[in-house]
Design a binder for this molecule. Structure first.
Ligand code: ZN
Ligand code: ZN
Ligand code: ZN
Ligand code: ZN
Length: 160
C-alpha cells in the first residue's frame, strides 16, 4: 500500500507519520498540510499553538484567529478580550515560536525547519555547531591511549 502523499510504502512510515499523511490536515501554525511536515516538526508546531493559545492575563486557552504576518505569510493569533470599549475590546496576539537558546522570535524559515534546527534561531544553531567542533579531536585521544600502554610495559617485565 503506497502513500498518496510521499508515494512510499506504508512500511516506510511510522504509525504517527502514516496517520499524518492520510489526514490531509492543515497545520494550525503554518497553514501547510501535514505532509509538508516531519513528524517532529508537526509536534513542534502543534505545541507552539497550544502554548501560544494560553493567555496569562485571563488564565485560559483563547480562540485562534488566522492572520497575515509580514509579507503574506499566514500565521495565527489568539483573540484576547480586553476591558476597552468596542471595537477596541479585542486584541489579536500573534503566535510565534521562540528560540530555545536565546528566546528571540523565530523567522518563518526557522519555524519551517524547527525540527532540524532544534527550535533554535540560525545564529544560536551555528554557535552550537562551532562548540561541537571544538571538542578534542580523535587523534588527541589516541595519543593519550598510547602513553598509557607505554607506562604499562615496565610492570609486565617485572612480572616476567
Ligand atoms: Zn507518506
Ligand atoms: Zn506547521
Ligand atoms: Zn486574554
Ligand atoms: Zn537564538
Amino acid at each position: 500500500m503506497n502513500c498518496m502523499i510521499c508515494h512510499l510504502d506504508k512500511k516506510k512510515h511510522s504509525k504517527e507519520l502514516w496517520k499524518l499523511h492520510q489526514q490531509y490536515k492543515l497545520c494550525m501554525f503554518c497553514s501547510k498540510s501535514g505532509s509538508e511536515h516531519s513528524e517532529e516538526l508537526w509536534e513542534l508546531h502543534k505545541a507552539a499553538v497550544e502554548n501560544g493559545q494560553f493567555c496569562t492575563d485571563h488564565r485560559k486557552q483563547e480562540k485562534l484567529y488566522p492572520i497575515t504576518v509580514g509579507f503574506a505569510r499566514k500565521g495565527i493569533a489568539r483573540v484576547c478580550r480586553t476591558n476597552a470599549d468596542p471595537p477596541h475590546d479585542v486584541e489579536f496576539v500573534p503566535i510565534y515560536m521562540s528560540c530555545a537558546e536565546c528566546g528571540l522570535y523565530l523567522g518563518s524559515i526557522e519555524e519551517d525547519h524547527a525540527d532540524i534546527l532544534g527550535c533554535m534561531c540560525l545564529k544560536c544553531f551555528w554557535c552550537d555547531r562551532l562548540l561541537v567542533s571544538a571538542i578534542p579531536s580523535h587523534t588527541e585521544i589516541v595519543e593519550r591511549d598510547s602513553k598509557v600502554t607505554l607506562t604499562n610495559t615496565p610492570e609486565e617485565e617485572k612480572n616476567g
